[in-house]
Ligand binder design. Sequence first.
Ligand code: NMX
Ligand code: MLT
Length: 392
Amino acid sequence: MSDSEEQPTLFEINEGHLDTGLRGIPVGTCRTSFVSPTKGVHYVGYPISDLAEMSPEDIIFLLFEKRLPNRQESQDFSKDLAARAEEMPAGALRILESMTPGGGHPMDWLSVGIQALGMAETTGDVRADSLNLIARMPELMASIFLLRGGHGLPKSGSDPERGLVENFVHLLGIEGVEAENMIRVLRTFLVLHMDHGGGNLSTFSGKCVASGRASLFAAMSSAMNALSGPLHGRANQSCLEFVQRIGTSDPEKIEAFVRSELAAKRPIYGFGHAVLRAEDPRAAAQIALGGEICPDDENYKIVKALREVAPKVLAENPKISNPFANVDVASGALLHAVGFHKPEYFTTFFGWARVVGISAQIIDERNARGGRGVPIYRPKYIGVNQPVQRLE
Ligand code: NMX
Ligand code: MLT
């Protein structure tokens, strides 16, 4: 299945395709998901909006097994993840602890944390390593949040049987109504961000590194570094900062702000996409959730107004292929509304989710060609002094 069902799957490569970031060029097959430019991502054929309210554990099963679990399989899978989480290698967290107090972006910590988990324990079996990493992400995430905040390693003992998101919130020491809203938003956030076809930058980078038979942890750490760029995953941080700078839901003031950002050659975060040509259904799902969780939140109200105003302004520039809202437009407002007040942490949630899709795709690539795996990635670059006569 191609990344985009509405673009030709195979075509002649010509000079116009060079230096375009491989835009639209088919390079492989993807079994976990495909992205329709107008209808958005589908996980194993299911439109993302049909899955948004399901449990993250069931969606992990879906992406790994290419079918939804029945009730027994769902319980068994959750138990397996819980057992793997119980065996968290403590050495990995000590590496992070030794970095405190420390600088760097939380995404640097996530990348280092994943690499450290691999240093503490790698089985070499990509499926086992993937499931171990997925199972241990809640404790890794909570440790990053607490260590960077100067609180040391989590004080509440890990309780993985609660569920992935529930254990993360518990490890942060948050209980009661505050925890309920956080859990609701994070569960949906994880499901929506787990996978987005084969060619998004973080997934592609992870698969590239894995194709050289690097460990799952090394590949994932690289993928997280790819995700950390502001044009990719870090747009969720930038988008909330942007919304906070706007500071008003008055459409006229928002329009003036968007125009001034464009005039200053700054991106309008939360809008545009390399493949999508309509509003991202992941944005619509989060805006709908915000209507239930935080309809009167100031950031949320600005996001809703921005969603209407920005596409009209962006559409004036014919160079911009997609003026509509993308996945990052509302996620920051929702995370903020449920208690995550530091935007620099938002991309770590994207990374946590994306670990699932990238792992599943790496496993699929290792199983390809009758178990021989996809060969080492090696695209061709044309030397600047080399005549472009025939592209291989
Ligand atoms: N704000 C300002 N300029 C834009 C935007 C935008 N939202 N979207 C596209 N453009 C510009 C783009 O920079 C490019 O300029 P140039 O020719 O000078 O390089 C031109 O319009 C054509 O770009 P497109 O072909 O429409 O988009 P492309 O595939 O190159 O880039 C993004 C896609 C997502 C990088 C781009 O739309 C963008 O920078 N958006 C803002 C950042 C953002 O929200 N990123 C998150 C994307 C989703 N994710 O999580 O990864
Ligand atoms: C993603 O979810 O990875 C983004 O929408 C970017 C992409 O698909 O290129």
